[in-house]
Write a protein that binds this ligand. Structure first.
Ligand code: BAL
Ligand code: ZN
Length: 852
């Protein structure tokens, strides 16, 4: 397979002004005719007329009305064409029903839908399928189905057809078409300049009752983007469609967002608080793409972070504004460490702006998205809020309607601030998570002199090598630091230290006593901070730090170090941790959501990485057992307060998925989990029986399964929800995630035999096999049965859906951190995958990179 390189970029030979598409929909033989106005690109380096196309049956082609016979290949066609503007016309036939890859035009439950990002449009018709070719689309859909949708504004609707026109030039990856027997939940929004916009959420009949929350989230997003970024919506209509079979979470097609139904449908009975928050964030994310992605798009796919990093950053800001900023930040960092640090420290590490790829679908990664968003956050910290928003204004003004690069992005910041961002650009170019080692020194003032002491922090940065990048250069790293005096008061304003050298010292003068530093407040950079500290100091910060993130971080470090001692030295659970965390749990001045987060423990994955970093070979079973022992010790130590917390945080008001209620429920359910270890699940059973919302029902069911008292409830849950595919996804996953580690593979295998398990639905596949891979102690069973089971199913899925298969291969990305026996077992499965005849390009690239 061919490697595509950023350095090989050349401008397109021809540009497109207008595209007219007609779809005659038929499940197995849809006819697509295209009429495309091409003109030579004055900036092109060569004049070769070449169109992308995959899996298309060409019926006819014409240039300026004259039939032509192009040279066809697996990847597209070439044809002699004029060195002047001309009209291309073609007709192709495609098979939506046979499209199980869910890219291009496919069918889901009798409904036609499309997914074109990144390179799906070439499966619909011949076209220059690259984001720097932007054109105005007019689309006619011919079908007897009642709802026929495409991008932009409706032009005409008649018997058996609909016509759409999108006035905004766009790349083909933003094209969308939906046709089906759908019902809509309507809404309306008036923009700040008075434009009336019709809003719709289109769903399958029966799902109408799950749209109200999504509609409110959409309206809130539209308002927020106007207020925060001055961005107004630009069409008369905004449609969202829910689709069951979808590889991603959602897609920002212009004016016609297509959503995985799990990311838009919500009701209190079927969705958890976490589902509601995620849905709100994804609706915002897709909506925000209208400006950061659609109006200003990417020149090529190497620039993916240009739209994704910025849009993730914007949706995080939105959630922080809608809910609790500290809780959002802590949640984001948990995810970043779990997904992106793992990627950055393994064989799949790549720069935020990759330099090469075989299959671009493999680069919709945590690095491009989440680390990409962290880079925006650092930039904002470095230049300050005011300059950040001025730079964004300039970006929108200068680049509206263009396909841009990271260089364009950084240039607006340089132009607004006068700052040289050459060093900052390394964040985009170099993979790997920087480590910062901290050293400190204290020089007291002269005897008797008040406030003459100097505290000095010395920071050293280094980034370990990553595949293909042996040498790393020092980066500019904003490190937010505060100082806390012995009595717990802040003794210096939070300062942003700009670390630019490999080693640098920063002095804080005028202090009366040696302070305790609070370093990397708000997690101001995506780095690993190493600082020798002891349990007493961590407990002090957990009690006194005014930065909520670092307060949480102190508790997390205390737990992690205690767990390390349990695993490595066979130590008992750490009393410092148990006492400190109990004080936090009791502290009524703290937000319940924060307390629930503080009661969370490092994940098995966190512990495996921490052990590996400390020079140990992680044993997933030993990690699970240590976590289990710590949870039990904590439940015993905190039994009184757990019961009090549980009772005090019961929500009696009608269900709302807002920050306040969901915070209370999360703390009560953290207490329930502790109580479940003491009462055999009695309270959980009572909560299960009384639950009137999914958050309460699922928390109780989880607790019952963990207490080995859940068989009846598991069956009852299935009987109650068998008609609801999204709830049944939860049912599948929780049985695996909460099994005894030694039984997880067997439970997974049994569930793959369940009549409701199917390879055709990515959500269901992820609910089952994804749950196994998210449970290290089960997946890494020493027998290798977990590896073999996953591989069996990846091999079955690959011919149908390469994209989802390839993503799931990342379960193996950490293989080199485990013992020799496990490494041998995993390698055998990677080799088995690679030996599969006809393995997809997607999966072959992923497995090849992981195998190394
Ligand atoms: N553009 C793919 C889906 C998303 O990031 O919004
Ligand atoms: Zn996105």
């Amino acid at each position: 397979p061919q490697t595509i390189r950023l350095s090989d970029y050349t401008p397109p030979a021809y540009l497109v002004d207008e595209v007219h598409l007609t779809f005659r929909l038929n499940p197995s033989a849809t006819r697509v005719t295209s009429r495309i106005a091409f003109r030579p690109n004055p900036e092109a380096r060569e004049r070769r007329f070449k169109l992308d196309g995959e899996g298309l049956k060409l019926i006819r082609a014409m240039i300026d009305g004259e039939p032509v016979t192009p040279a066809l290949s697996d990847a597209g066609l070439t044809c002699d064409a004029p060195d002047a503007p001309f009209t291309w016309e073609a007709e192709v036939e495609i098979d939506p029903e046979g499209n199980t890859a869910l890219e291009g035009l496919y069918m889901s439950n009798g409904m036609y839908c499309t997914q074109c990002e990144a390179e799906g449009f070439r499966k619909i018709t011949y076209y220059p399928d690259r984001p720097d070719v932007m054109a105005v689309f007019t689309v006619r859909i011919e079908s007897d189905l009642p709802v026929l949708l495409s991008n932009g504004n409706p032009v005409e609707r008649g018997e058996g057809f609909a016509e759409w026109h999108d006035p905004w030039p766009k790349p083909a990856y933003l094209f969308a078409l939906v046709a089906g027997d759908l019902v809509n939940h309507p809404g309306r929004f008036t923009t700040k300049s008075g434009r009336e916009v019709d809003l719709n959420i289109w769903v399958r009949p029966g799902d109408e009752g799950k749209c109200a929350f999504g509609m409110e989230a959409l309206r809130a997003s539209m308002r927020w983007d106007e207020e925060k970024y001055g961005r107004e919506y630009d069409l008369d209509l905004f449609n969202i469609v829910a689709v069951d079979d979808f590889n991603m979470g959602a897609m920002e097609n212009k004016g016609l967002n297509v959503f995985n139904s799990s990311c838009v449908l919500a009701s209190p009975e079927t969705s958890t608080d976490a589902n509601f928050e995620r849905i709100e964030a994804i609706i915002a994310h897709e909506y925000f793409h209208n400006w950061t992605g659609n109006r200003i798009t990417c020149r090529d796919w190497f620039q993916l972070c240009l739209k994704e990093g910025l849009t993730v950053f914007r949706d995080s800001q939105f959630t922080a504004d809608m809910r609790s900023a500290p809780v959002k930040r802590i949640g984001d960092v948990i995810t970043l460490r779990a997904r992106q640090f793992r990627e950055d420290n393994g064989p799949l590490a790549h720069p935020v702006r990759p330099e090469s790829f075989v299959e671009i679908n493999n680069f919709y990664t945590a690095t491009v998205y989440e680390k990409g968003a962290e880079l925006i956050g650092m930039l904002k910290t470095l230049v300050g809020d005011d300059a950040y928003y001025r730079a964004l204004d300039l970006y929108f003004e200068r680049h509206d309607g263009q396909a841009c690069t990271i260089e364009d992005w950084l240039a607006v910041f340089e132009d607004v601030t006068g700052r040289d961002l050459a060093q900052f650009k390394r964040w985009y170019e170099e993979a790997g998570t920087p480590r910062i080692d901290v050293e400190e020194s204290w020089t007291p003032g002269a005897p008797g002199a008040q406030g003459g002491g100097t505290y000095t922090l010395t920071l050293r940065q280094h980034t370990p090598p990553t595949p293909g990048q042996e040498v790393k250069n020092p980066r500019v790293i904003p490190v937010k630091v505060g100082l806390i005096g012995p009595n717990g008061d802040e003794v210096a304003e939070t300062r942003v230290l700009e670390l630019t050298e490999a080693e640098q010292s920063f002095a804080f003068e005028g202090l009366t006593a040696k302070p305790v530093p609070s370093i990397l407040r708000e997690f101001s950079a995506p780095v690993i901070l190493n600082r020798d500290s002891d349990a007493a100091e961590r407990a002090f910060l957990l009690a006194h730090d005014t930065d909520p993130f670092n307060r949480w971080e102190a508790g997390r470090a205390l737990a992690r170090e205690g767990l390390m001692a349990m695993i490595v030295e066979g130590a008992a659970p750490d009393r410092h941790y148990l006492d400190a965390i109990e004080r936090v749990a009791r502290d009524e001045t703290l937000d319940p959501a924060f307390r629930a987060l503080a009661l969370g423990l490092p994940s098995e994955e966190d512990m495996a990485q921490a052990l590996f970093d400390a020079g140990h070979t992680p044993d997933p079973q030993a990690i699970w057992e240590a976590l289990d022992a710590l949870k039990s010790a904590r439940a015993h130590a905190m039994q009184d307060i757990a019961a009090t917390l549980y009772d005090a945080h019961q929500v009696r008001a009608p269900y709302r998925p807002d920050a306040e209620q969901s915070g209370a429920r999360s703390l009560a359910n953290a207490a329930l989990a502790m109580l479940g270890r003491l009462d055999g699940g009695a309270r959980a059973q009572a909560q299960y029986d009384a639950a009137d919302n999914m958050t309460q029902q699922l928390a109780a069911l989880t607790c019952l399964v963990r207490a080995n008292a859940g068989d009846a409830a598991v069956q009852a849950f299935y009987d109650q929800w068998r008609h609801d595919r999204l709830v049944i996804d939860k049912w599948f996953g929780l049985q695996i995630l909460n099994a005894e580690p030694a039984r997880a593979v067997e439970v997974t295998r049994r569930l793959t035999q369940h009549p409701d398990f199917t390879l055709k639905n990515p959500n269901r596949f992820r609910a089952v096999l994804g749950a196994l891979t998210a449970f290290p102690a089960g997946f890494h069973d020493p027998s290798g049965a977990g590896y073999a089971l996953l591989t069996d199913w990846l091999l079955k899925l690959d011919p149908l859906n390469p994209q989802t298969t390839a993503r799931m291969c990342s379960a193996f990305e950490t293989w080199r951190r485990y013992d020799a026996d496990r490494q041998t077992l995993i390698k055998a499965q990677l080799d088995r995958l690679l030996a599969q005849p006809g393995l997809s390009r997607d999966t072959a690239e992923m497995v090849g990179r992981i195998r190394g």
